[in-house]
Write a protein that binds this ligand. Sequence first.
Ligand SMILES: Cc1cc2nc3c(=O)[nH]c(=O)nc-3n(C[C@H](O)[C@H](O)[C@H](O)COP(=O)(O)OP(=O)(O)OC[C@H]3O[C@@H](n4cnc5c(N)ncnc54)[C@H](O)[C@@H]3O)c2cc1C
Length: 439
Amino acid sequence: MVEVLVYTKAYCPYCKWAKQLLASKGVGFREIDVMSDAELERKMRKESGGRTVPQIFIDGRPYGGFDEISELDRRGKLDELLGLKPIRGGQGSPVPNAPVSENSRTEFSPLRVGGGSDGGVPPPETEDLVILGSGAAGLTAAIYAARANLKPLVIDGLQPGGQLTITTDVENYPGFPNGVMGPELMDLFRKQAERFGTRIIYGEVSQADLKRRPFALRLGPDKTVRARALIIATGATARWLGIPGEKPAPDGYGGRGVSACATCDAAFFQNQVVAVAGGGDTAMEESNFLTKFASKVILIHRRDKFRASKIMQARVLNNPKVEVRWNTAIAEVLGDGKVMTGLKLRSTADKSESRLDCQGFFVAIGHQPNTAPFRGQLDLDEIGYIRTIPGGGPRTSVPGVFAAGDVADRVYRQAVTAAGTGCMAALDAEKYLEETNHE
Ligand SMILES: Cc1cc2nc3c(=O)[nH]c(=O)nc-3n(C[C@H](O)[C@H](O)[C@H](O)COP(=O)(O)OP(=O)(O)OC[C@H]3O[C@@H](n4cnc5c(N)ncnc54)[C@H](O)[C@@H]3O)c2cc1C
């Protein structure tokens, strides 16, 4: 039996996801929380070569953090390393020798559906309703569908609980007059969905065939799930700059000054100085909105002109509370270990560096909807958001496929709107299944 060791820190969402991934494999593991023990953290760094948590060791060899083991899982290698499958072509290499690259991903064979099966394996049972994603939209859809006795199957994706699990206080979700922590809110959604019989499985859909019925969804390297009706609630991922200090706690100041959502977090910065990164419409909108709360908004842009529409630019440039720093890149988020205190800036003109003191930093460089498996299968807009039928609620271009939450919403992107469309999608899916006699 293999020995699995996971170094973690409390309140680290990536640690939680790594543990969920391992638990989904049915393997036991030992956890060492290095939060309050500097000596243990030093040991972890020395043995893993990593500076972030989690760090995962299998039989004493380091395999990196959550991103690395989920990539190994996508390639079917994790099961081999965990002794769940015979090893093909030698043992997977530990992280230092074999960084996982885009190019090394397994190519999937075309999805076969209908009477056939994948690789001679008996065809999987067909689910009435599969819901992709366990954020506010997916779990709300699950609550409604489960209460309607549809026994929905939720596929969690790599971020169980969705985007709210990487934030701290949520103050605008109705029903919580004193606010609620994002991960706690999503645990409550999950418990409520499970209470009515929702089944939730860990895994990411990498490929979908929506052209034939039942729909086929490829999960991991060798599993296919079939569904008569499908709700896609895979969300949209905020684009980040990828600079040091930007990640969520405990690795950076995400949720401790750094945010990607002014509507969500602007009110935390009453009379404080905040910076915004970006040059498109999102950055203009966020900057203007922030001036309602902040004493000053410093809009930082790499170039000497904005990409945003003229009207949005004019609003920002005429706002006395906004100061623009042109030709400036952000090199690092600085902080005191607890909260962010400023930014390290670098001129794109002469490379000179400077420090900007500010209490908040909003990254406003857009979102990427998580729709890669549905390209060519569904009508998507130019960014990749799912287009729903005008006046048709969450219905998409394929009958029986519904879209809910941020994946189909480039405007509002809030937990409550995601939950609302999740409810609509479940009610419509129920109606669709009734009309088609669950065939
Ligand atoms: C830092 C931060 C703070 C925020 N604060 C607030 C706030 O205070 N108030 C508020 O209302 N909103 C807030 N938001 C916005 C809010 O989180 C989103 O609007 C909401 O989470 C959208 O829910 P969703 O279910 O559509 O998608 P998500 O929450 O993004 O969930 C998507 C789900 O899909 C899964 N998934 C993705 N790809 C696949 C795949 N291929 N196969 C299977 N599953 C997949 C993911 O694992 C995840 O479970 C915040 C967002 C961020 C990033």
